[in-house]
Design a protein around this ligand. Structure first.
Ligand SMILES: Cc1cc2nc3c(=O)[nH]c(=O)nc-3n(C[C@H](O)[C@H](O)[C@H](O)COP(=O)(O)OP(=O)(O)OC[C@H]3O[C@@H](n4cnc5c(N)ncnc54)[C@H](O)[C@@H]3O)c2cc1C
Length: 390
């Protein structure tokens, strides 16, 4: 599980990180999100700004330009950026490298790592991950995009399509799950390969969404794209296991994000309830409103405790079946916490909660992708049940 580097990261280090991230989110993200959502994109320079603060490299080894960090620290960054930036769209695209690069770090040759990873951590290049296809995302073992070895053995030739790809329009590299053995139509026929996105034969088209409006999401087509074999990752046929291992980190990060968004909704609802007067008294004085805020806080507290416990287990090297099962269920719990809090916040804000410009309105629209992306709720339950041999 621990593809990324865990290392000693003190509570003081974490507090300093949280402080830096809060300032970055409050000054460089939150004031601009509405305009970026309207524009359907955020400036590419944001990658450079986040890199300059060391945020893109958190958890990566120093020799590749990163800063080794524990899962507790990485989660604290995601949660804080979510709470104070209030935009899943920004976080999804700004950090796609955290789903695209871990397979390269775990299974790429040192030369490939040195070529791909440092420019991404410097914010100069963008990395993405391509698993989902028009034919389906949950059933990874059924994917159809092929990577056939060319006759001279020097290249793989890629044909197929990937859909709903975050950073799909902008990415310079995409780590693809592909069928390397067309004779094997199951999980054993899958491999992973890093594809430089300037190669001939790649076409991309943007997709319009319900939320994450400033995030770049695309449909990618690969038509006889010739990729040198040195871009292949890991052992032949090991791709399915790589994809599954990569999902664990993605789900933990999604849980931390969902928790931060739940807090953002709670913050906005509390501030509104304190200043909004109805029938001669502030909303906060109504028991039903206070209880709603307590229902939010209860879910936030349980999610926080579970997230921290699983992060500590990951930092201690645990990646066993029980841990994997709990990460799946935590992903569901955290996104349901966000769902509850977004709904409760919009209700508390009344008509204002339905207006563009409030954080709760944005997050209410962004909830659904959190319960679907990175493994949908139903799949999370199935996977957890299987880990526990039910
Ligand atoms: C904004 C956005 C960004 C994304 N970014 C990326 C990305 O960067 N890279 C990437 O590879 N993918 C990405 N995805 C894709 C995402 O991971 C998939 O949408 C997700 O895995 C579900 O796959 P699917 O949409 O094909 O749904 P399907 O697999 O078709 O499932 C549809 C529904 O049926 C349910 N279901 C499926 N099988 C079963 C079953 N056996 N029993 C019960 N219920 C079942 C699912 O839970 C789901 O609710 C993104 C998606 C979105 C919306």
């Amino acid at each position: 599980m621990n593809t990324l580097c865990a290392t000693h990261f003190t509570a003081e280090d974490r507090a300093a990180l949280v402080d830096t991230v809060r300032r970055f989110a409050t000054q460089a993200i939150a004031p601009h999100v509405d305009a970026w959502d309207e524009a359907g994109a955020f400036p590419r320079e944001l990658h450079l700004q986040a890199a300059a603060l060391g945020l893109l490299g958190l958890g990566y080894p120093e020799h590749l330009g990163g800063t080794p960090a524990t899962w507790r620290a990485r989660n604290a960054m995601s949660q804080t950026l979510a709470r104070h930036g209030g935009s899943g769209g920004v976080m999804a695209s700004l950090f796609t490298h955290n789903i695209g690069l871990p397979p390269v770090l775990a299974h790429g040759s040192p030369e490939l790592q040195a070529e791909v990873i440092p420019p991404v951590l410097r914010g100069e290049r963008i990395a993405a991950l391509g698993i989902t296809e028009p034919g389906g995302g949950s059933d990874v073992a059924a994917l159809r995009t092929t990577a056939r070895l060319a006759d001279d053995g020097s290249h793989c030739v890629i044909d197929g399509e990937k859909v709903f790809i975050t950073s799909g329009m902008r990415c310079d590299w995409i780590t693809l799950a592909v069928r390397t053995d067309p004779a094997n139509q199951g999980a054993g026929g899958i491999g992973m390969i890093v594809v430089p996105c300037d190669l001939p034969g790649i076409s991309r088209s943007p997709l319009r969404k319900m939320g994450w409006l400033c995030s770049d999401t695309a449909h990618l087509r690969f038509d006889a794209v010739r990729v040198p074999v040195r871009y292949l990752l890991g052992a032949e046929g090991a791709g399915f296991r790589m994809v599954m291992a990569n999902f664990n980190g993605e789900r933990l990060a999604l849980a931390a994000m969902a928790l931060g968004f739940a807090e953002a909704c709670q913050d906005e609802a509390l501030a509104w309830a304190r200043q909004r007067q109805t029938f001669g008294a502030p909303l906060i004085e109504r028991q039903v409103i206070r209880h709603r805020l307590m229902d939010m806080r209860m879910r936030i507290a349980s999610t926080q405790a579970w997230l921290d416990a699983l992060a500590d287990r990951a930092d201690a090297g645990d990646g066993g079946a029980d841990w994997v099962a709990q990460v799946c269920l935590l992903k569901n719990h955290a996104t349901q916490t966000m769902q509850f809090c977004a709904d409760a916040a919009v209700q508390t804000l009344g008509g204002m909660g339905y207006m563009r410009g409030t954080v709760s309105e944005r997050l209410y629209r962004e909830v659904k992708v959190m319960t679907i992306g990175g493994g949908a709720e139903e799949i999370m339950k199935e996977l957890a049940a299987r880990q526990w041999n039910l």
